[in-house]
Structure formats: structure tokens, C-alpha cells
Design a protein around this ligand. Sequence first.
Ligand SMILES: C=CC1=C(C)c2cc3[nH]c(cc4nc(cc5[nH]c(cc1n2)c(C)c5CCC(=O)O)C(CCC(=O)O)=C4C)c(C)c3C=C
Ligand code: FE2
Length: 505
Amino acid sequence: MAESIAMLPWSISSAAPLDHRVMLRANCSSQKLERYSGTCTEASFSRLSSTQPSLLFSNSKKSRLKCLPPLNVLVDSETQAVPAKPLVGNDKIGVLLLNLGGPETLDDVQPFLFNLFADPDIIRLPRLFRFLQKPLAQFISVFRAPKSKEGYAAIGGGSPLRRITDAQGEELKKALWSKDVPANVYVGMRYWHPFTEEAIEQIKKDGITKLVVLPLYPQFSISTSGSSLRLLESIFREDEYLVNMQHTVIPSWYQREGYIKAMANLIEKELQGFDTPQKCVIFFSAHGVPLAYVEEAGDPYKAEMEECVDLIMEELERRGLNNPYTLAYQSRVGPVEWLKPYTDETIIDLGKKGVKNLLAVPISFVSEHIETLEEIDVEYKELAIESGIENWGRVPALGCEPTFISDLADAVIESLPYVGAMAVSNLEARQSLVPLGSVEELLAAYDSQRRELPPPVTVWEWGWTKSAETWNGRAAMLAVLVLLVLEVTTGEGFLHQWGILPFFR
Ligand SMILES: C=CC1=C(C)c2cc3[nH]c(cc4nc(cc5[nH]c(cc1n2)c(C)c5CCC(=O)O)C(CCC(=O)O)=C4C)c(C)c3C=C
Ligand SMILES: [Fe+2]
């Protein structure tokens, strides 16, 4: 029987659980899963455990996450119903790249932070307190801005994200045209220019009829791709043109062979810079998310991240590279617990364990940005040297790396036959080469209940406890907000006296 490899796509159901690996269960058939050691059982696809990975994996004794099926499955070529030509009639194809956006000057930093913290997918307030979202965003952004500005000043006075994302868009367009898919590529940022709304306006002006939405985050998180998709959903819902425009979304693509190979190429190249490459610990550092996103809201981010690291290490192993490796999470913000292990603590531990060679690999993002250029290159490098690590290296972000861009183009092309064809009963769509879904369906699948994320401590405890600190903190914050509102409405108060408040306007 002739066989070819295809990605097992999404099963989309409104009652779908929050982890897409659980959803995959609905699509399993025992013949198609022959490549896995077992058959497709409830147990093998059960919800992932949230236990932390051990600090340091050794390739020789790898404790693989057996419950995580790779998304590649063997599919009988007879049943793999992918049309050969993705383009239909006079359709105008568009690709919308979604990204975070970043401040381009130091003056942009505070308003950028405001946009970020005003996003209910970044700070999820209990329903009763939703009216406080914007004042709270104003408050936090003003207080965080000086620290953030220092960071952006250290990397040249602004984020390189817009420039890099635009270049990626240009290269993707070239790659698509060279593969006979004449598509326009648009960039829509979540928190800074060019905003998603601006991209959508252009898409309408250009008369695009079929749109592929491609978040530039390899792994899905409610806080990144999820947030951008939620915004898109609200824009689509309110616009007659967009309601009728066919679209599909590629929610995550960390499992794609081209991406994995491109990452492995970069790692292999950087390892060669070490005197003893085989002794170097490969240190994957992913942007963190608050633990509650994963444990309470069902964010698949951690599971996808771990699987992604596994796939890259398997690729390196195939190339004869058996380095030890570890995964940790960086860039936590605020008082709640974030995904662990934390990058800074892990670096210190590795130093204590006598590790001398460390290669940092930023894994959650495909452009250079403040957290690679400042946090990793400056802060973590310094910490590593202080912790006894003698040789430090860092893998660059993928940027416009040709294997990567070409693979993104393939992902788009593979998704085209399914644009606008995502009915649950549509078997073809279910067997597409990339996991697909419409904006609404994807959000329903990943984040249907849009749960309020619980505060760090949920029950009141008497005494000098974390709970007391939390509630005192909240009471203080509320008091400050009330004062702020009074100041703004009356035009009088201590902030005016100190000449601070007009600064907010
Ligand atoms: C996969 C990547 C990212 C996840 C997940 C993510 C979650 C997340 N981020 C914040 C808070 C901040 N993020 C900031 C910058 C920033 N975040 C990402 C990526 C992810 N964020 C990038 C690429 C950048 C840099 C953009 C740039 O300008 O180069 C910032 C601002 C910078 C700073 O002050 O440190 C904040 C704040 C939260 C709260 C969160 C999950 C809930
Ligand atoms: Fe972030």
C-alpha cells in the first residue's frame, strides 16, 4: 500500500475539550495510527499532565512524553484527498500574518504596553471587574514603562519586530509566487502598527476573496495566537464583506518538518562554534505564560512547546548530535506563578551542576526581539557567566531563513484547498496537511469557555499569608484606581499637584 505522510488535522466540535490533542481522538482510526507504538486509545490521547519536565534531559536516556503523539501520521494515499491545484477560478488569495508588534520608538513604549495590558487575553479580570481593564492597563503600563524603556533603549531605541515581520512577509510572498501561488501577504500586529485593523482594511481594498490566516507563533497560546484570533473574530463578525470572505487559520505549525529542520540547522551551525560541541548543553528558552493559562484555561502552549523541543532533538539525533538539553521559560511578568522551570533559576542550577558550555535557543518566536536581544543576550548571558558557565552561545531567531520561509509557503499552499470548507463533516478538510480551522471554530476548540483565570490564591487565609498579601495588594490597587478616577474627573489631586497627571493625557 502506497503511503504518504500527512498532518492529522483538527477535529472541530463546539463541545470540544480545550487541548487539541484530546480533540485529535475524534479523528483517529487504528489503521492510520500504525506508526505509533499503540493504537489510538483514550489513554494515549488523554489530557496532558501538567507536571514539569525534569531539568536536564539527556539524549541518551530520554524520558520522552509517550502520551504525546507526533502530529505526523501515515495516511493511505488513496484516502488522502488533497486537490492538486489549490487555486480556484478568479479567487484573489491573501495571507494574513499575525504578530505581536512592538514599539518603534521610546515614546511608543507606554502606549504599546497599554494596548498589551488592555487585552483581556493578557490580563483576564473576573467579570465583575472588567470595567477596570483599561484603567488598570493605564496604571500598569505607566509603572512598567520606565523599566521597559531601558530594555528598548539598550537594543537601539525600539523593537525590530515590524521591520523583520515585513521582511518575512516579502519573502513569503516571493516564495508563494515562485511556487505558482500569486498571493498577497499582509501583516497585522496585535499591539502596535500596522494594527490588524489596518491590514484588514487593505485586504478589503484589494478585494481578497480567500484568506489564509497565519499567526507567526510556531506554538499556539491563548495569550498570543488566541488573542489575535479573538480580535479577528470580532472584526469579522461586524463586517459584511468579511463575513462572506472565505478563510482558514493555521493555528500552530511547530510540528512542520521544514520548521524543525530549519531550527536544527541553526543549532547545528552554532554548536560548531564551541571547542567541545558534544559537551554543550542545548538550552531551549521559551517565553513563559502564567501557569493558570495551561492548568485552568487549557492553553496547549506548554504541551506544544515540549513536543516541539522533542521533535528538534529527534532531528539532531538523526544527524548524530546527542547533546544534553533542557527547556525553561523566560520573561515572567507580575506576581502570579508562570510556567516552570524559570530560565534564570535553570541557568543557576546548570552552573551549580558544573555545566561549562551552554547554547541558548529562543524557541517561541521567529524574530529577534527585546527578549532575545536584551534578556537572553545581556541578562542571561551575564547570569550564566556568574554561575560558572564558561562558554555561552545563542542561536539566532529564524527571521527570513530560506528553508523556514519556503516551509511557511508550503503550509499556506497546503491549506488553500480547505479555505472556507471547514464543516465538521468535511472529511477532506479533516485530512488536510496542516491543522486547520476557522477563527470561530478554533477559539471554540481551544478556549471555548473563556474562563476567568483564577487569582494566584483563591481562598482567604488569616495571618501574614500570600493570600493576605494578594488581597491587600488588590485593595491598594483599587484605592489607587479610585483616586485616579477622582483626579481625572475633578481635575484635582496629588498627581496634579506633582505635575504627573497631565502627562497621562
Ligand atoms: C510566544 C511568545 C509570547 C508569549 C506566550 C507571550 C505572553 C505574554 N507576554 C506578556 C507580557 C509582555 N510581553 C512583552 C513583549 C513581548 N512578548 C512577546 C512574545 C510573547 N508573549 C514578544 C515577542 C515580545 C517583544 C516584542 C518586542 O517589542 O520586541 C512585553 C513588553 C516588553 C517588556 O516590558 O518586557 C510584556 C509586558 C504577558 C503578560 C504574557 C502572557 C500572559
Ligand atoms: Fe510577551
